[in-house]
Design a protein around this ligand. Structure first.
Ligand SMILES: Cc1cc2nc3c(=O)[nH]c(=O)nc-3n(C[C@H](O)[C@H](O)[C@H](O)COP(=O)(O)OP(=O)(O)OC[C@H]3O[C@@H](n4cnc5c(N)ncnc54)[C@H](O)[C@@H]3O)c2cc1C
Ligand code: HEM
Length: 441
């Protein structure tokens, strides 16, 4: 199936209008879809709906797809991220029917009379082209998952603080069925599903697997999200989609009376509940490990691996470090980590490095890890530019870079590497949020 020349023209002619009203489309689309299909609230993260990040990500991808319809390879990485995320959330082909109906309706609402039956048919076809690519890839991913394609019950086997402040906590999670767990690629994540008292819908969040594969348990490491400051987030409240986390009345009134000193904040729902309330023996549900941010441990070049993180961004990188050191083939690794107070895994990393001369480690104190994923100001480049070239392997044309931390941090690191002639294809980023990470230069 492909678009005819005429259909491609019709789609292209309407892209500018749709792009201009992208926010409106997203709002109309998700509001009406979730009103008519409230069961889908079990899948979507209500916060990403409230902030508009999720609707924006979906609409942006569809428009990018339509604009690149003759050159889809440009979007391969983005599509892979979405397919992996969908598989991790147990999205199925029948869901695409629902999305199609409400998305095309939202396009009509924006385009008005310009949405002629011909344009409607062209857009419907374009949508299904993309949907088929995603579902096709998702079916392959589900096949690779083997028998484990649904949420599976786990219990918390251990709960261990990773910092003296207790703001970062690791959980080992063991399957209730006692069956061996499959291995995963270092860097991948799981989706954790919880029922939370007072919340009508189940809550789903992704957490990177923070230790090497084991058949009896996976480890995740959760940072307490203390809450974004409303004046620094992309806050776009477009009505209640869900029973999302309330702003605490104490915090709101404090802000009302003392703007500029104490500001209201919304503590993250799941991370705080996991850290404060969930104990050893409590149950959660997990999907099969997934994700496109991983280290290829079979790289025939044995090229240097540079792992750069801030705070809990080290979670997907630690299994990469362990995988390389356990291979024992002399592959060089640099571990570079910024943290506000204690760096999670520091002792473990130093112990591994002490036994392997190919591993170099650098820890920085930084204000970076103090905040949420999207709203930080940083001065990390000052520390980073002080690193020596050997640690960064800047003159090695095969070196691979894995970066995980707040968006601004990743942006700074990315820019520093690009300025030093590292090809962008050798830099991988993991964004702890929805949507793909876009470098700003
Ligand atoms: C692939 C991937 C891997 C990840 N790995 C890890 C990991 O290893 N460790 C880890 O700690 N995290 C990880 N995350 C992040 C994790 O999934 C959660 O997003 C994080 O724990 C916060 O969830 P929460 O429920 O506590 O916060 P949420 O309740 O989802 O809130 C998130 C933020 O939004 C703000 N907010 C809430 N409501 C609103 C509103 N109405 N308007 C505007 N802003 C609002 C909150 O203040 C908060 O700062 C990962 C994410 C992804 C996508
Ligand atoms: C062609 C159709 C679709 C497109 C283009 C699309 C696009 C996207 C994009 C870009 C993301 C963000 C991925 C990321 O984290 O980087 C996403 C996430 C998601 N999608 Fe889709 N999607 C489509 C269909 C569907 C369908 C049919 C469903 C199920 C009803 C669905 C449910 C979700 C959910 C639950 C998330 C995660 C949201 C979150 O974590 O906040 N999507 N999708």
């Amino acid at each position: 199936m492909t678009l005819t020349k005429r259909e491609a023209e019709l789609v292209n002619e309407t892209i500018p209008a749709l792009r201009q009203h992208g926010e409106h489309i997203s709002t109309v689309f998700y509001k009406s879809m979730l009103r008519d299909h409230p069961e889908l609230n079990h899948y979507f993260n209500s916060v990403n709906m409230h902030t508009g990040r999720q609707p924006r990500a979906l609409t942006a991808l569809i428009l990018a797809f339509a604009s690149n319809i003759v050159n889809i390879s440009e979007l391969t990485d983005k599509l892979e991220r979405v397919a992996q995320k969908h598989a991790s959330l147990v999205i199925h082909p029948e869901h695409y029917e629902i999305v199609a109906k409400y998305l095309i309706r939202a396009f009509s609402a924006v385009l008005g009379p310009a949405m002629t039956p011909e344009v409607n048919a062209a857009w419907t076809k374009a949508y299904w082209l993309m949907a088929k690519m995603l579902t096709g890839r998702e079916q392959i991913i589900y096949k690779d998952f083997g028998a484990w394609t649904e949420f599976r019950p786990f219990t918390i086997a251990t709960k261990t603080p990773e910092t003296s402040e207790g703001d970062i906590v690791s959980f080992t999670l063991a399957p209730v069925d006692g069956q061996p767990l499959p291995p995963f690629k270092p860097g991948q994540y799981v989706t954790v599903r919880l029922r939370i008292r007072g919340h009508k819908y189940r809550q789903l969040r992704q957490y990177s697997i923070s230790d090497a594969p084991r058949p009896d348990c996976y480890r995740i490491t959760v940072k307490r999200d203390i809450g974004a400051q409303p004046d620094t987030i992309e806050s776009r409240q477009f009505g209640p989609f869900d029973d999302g986390p309330p702003i605490s009345s104490a915090a709101s009134s404090a802000s009302d009376s003392s703007i500029g000193s104490v500001r209201p904040h919304r503590p993250g729902l799941v991370s705080n509940i996991l850290i404060d309330d969930f104990q050893v023996g409590d149950g959660v549900e997990l999907t099969h490990p997934a994700g496109e941010f991983f280290l290829d441990t079979n790289d025939p070049n044995n090229s240097p691996v540079i792992l750069i993180s801030a705070g809990v961004g080290s979670a997907p990188l630690y299994p990469m470090l362990k995988a390389v050191s356990e291979q024992g083939i002399g592959r060089p690794v640099s571990w570079i980590q910024a943290s506000r107070h204690d760096a999670p895994f520091r002792e473990k990393v130093e112990k591994i490095a002490a036994q392997d001369p190919n591993i170099r480690v650098k820890f920085f104190r930084s204000r970076l890890a103090d905040g949420d994923v999207i709203s930080l100001t940083s001065r990390f480049h000052e520390d980073f530019s002080g690193l020596n070239w050997e640690d960064l392997w800047l003159t090695n044309n095969l070196a691979q870079y894995f970066v995980c931390g707040p968006e601004k941090f990743m942006n700074e690191i990315g820019n520093h590497l690009l300025k030093n002639r590292v090809d962008s294809s050798r830099i991988r980023y993991e964004l702890y949020s929805v949507g793909s990470f876009e470098m700003k230069r």
